[in-house]
Design a protein around this ligand. Structure first.
Ligand code: BT5
Length: 329
């Protein structure tokens, strides 16, 4: 159910050029004038600046830059993704909250977002640095009706969503480094962590974690990763509205996910390959003790990376085997 507060915001924003009278809001939402006044006070705490004129009514003058459940809901045009949003000022990891909610039957499309994570995690329990107010730190709870062995496709799908938002809405030139890193000019700007709870042939739920560095200056990134990490601000020279970016990601994720559920993986695979980092390039691949040269040719249906060796054979590459940063000649 949409909250009264977000209905007020939607109603005011539809009429942003004029004042909306208390009576009109009261009629539209079927609440009392004094209830409206109380909601306005709460909205101000969220960072909205609302002008209230006697005999005229209310008007939004400024929307907040602060991320909150209300600011995220306002203007979010999804059907099911983010209908339930849990927002925290600070938390250990949004993945932990998302798992807990999923086990308590949270609905498909529940979104957990934090302004800061104190113990953000990457794959294999690596650390994910999540500075306060600087980035997007969120987890999605999904209940896809697909076989567990197809789950990696959702990580790849998510990567195409992030890359497309950066390219089409921010005019940047992202690449997806297999399997889950979004790169700008050879540096990592975002990562994805997919975790799943499944039985033999049924997924109970999947939690997809998205971490994206947005408004970091160099000093906001830990020293040891400064040479291989970046932020949207560092790449574009400007600050970005985190709330709007989250909304774009959720909207595009929902439509891409629906398309995937209807038509399968082939479109995603094509889009992924169009963003693929070093696809078409010759790389060093370590196999047992041997190092071989091979051209990265794309990804397989199961999400594996494919390389073509000098003898023409195409094989899957596993993550530990590839030397991303060594030049082949
Ligand atoms: C990832 O792991 O890239 C997955 C990151 C997922 C983070 C999200 S944030 C919301 C949700 N809640 C969580 O707790 N996690 C998810 P991986 O491929 O294993 O990369 C981890 C490595 O990236 C680290 O070992 C560092 O080298 C590097 N790294 C850590 N923080 C970074 C950052 N902010 N930006 C760029 N690189 C970073």
């Amino acid at each position: 159910m949409e909250s009264t507060r977000s209905r007020i915001i939607n109603f005011l924003s539809e009429n942003q050029d004029t004042y909306v009278s208390g009576q009109d809001i009261s009629n539209e939402l079927e609440i009392s004038r004094s209830a409206i006044w109380k909601h306005m006070k709460e909205l101000e705490k969220d960072g909205y600046v609302i002008e209230a004129r006697p005999n005229k009514g209310y008007r939004i003058i400024e929307s907040p830059s602060k991320v909150s459940e209300n600011t995220l809901q306002w203007g979010l045009s999804t059907e099911w993704l983010g209908k339930s949003i849990i927002h925290k000022e600070s938390t250990s990891s949004t993945q932990i909250i998302a798992h807990k909610l999923a086990m308590e039957n949270a609905e498909h499309g529940t979104v957990v977002i934090a302004n800061e994570q104190t113990a953000g995690k990457g794959r294999l329990n690596r650390e994910w640095h999540s500075a306060k107010y600087k980035g997007i730190w969120l987890s999605l709870v999904l209940r896809p009706n697909i076989l567990p062995n197809l789950a990696p496709q959702l990580t790849l799908l998510c990567a195409t969503v992030l890359a497309t938002v950066l390219k089409e809405e921010l005019n940047l030139d992202p690449k997806i480094k297999w399997p889950n890193d979004i790169m700008l000019e050879d540096k990592k700007v975002a990562g994805i962590l997919t975790e799943m709870q499944a039985e033999q042939d049924k997924i109970n739920y999947i939690v997809i974690g998205i971490g994206m560095n947005v408004n970091h200056d160099m000093k906001d990134l830990p020293n040891d990763i400064q040479y291989r990490a970046t932020s949207l601000k560092l790449q574009s020279g400007k600050e970005w509205d985190i709330t709007k970016l989250i909304q774009s990601i959720l909207e595009r994720f929902e439509s891409t996910y629906m398309e995937y559920m209807q038509n399968g993986f082939s479109t995603i695979k094509e889009i992924w390959e169009s963003y693929g980092y070093r696809i078409g390039e010759k790389m060093h691949i370590k196999m047992f003790k041997e190092v071989k040269k091979a051209i990265l040719v794309g990804i397989a249906e199961d999400g594996a990376l494919l390389a073509q060796y000098e003898d023409g054979l195409v094989n899957k590459v596993f993550s530990g085997e590839i030397e991303w940063f060594s030049k082949t000649e």
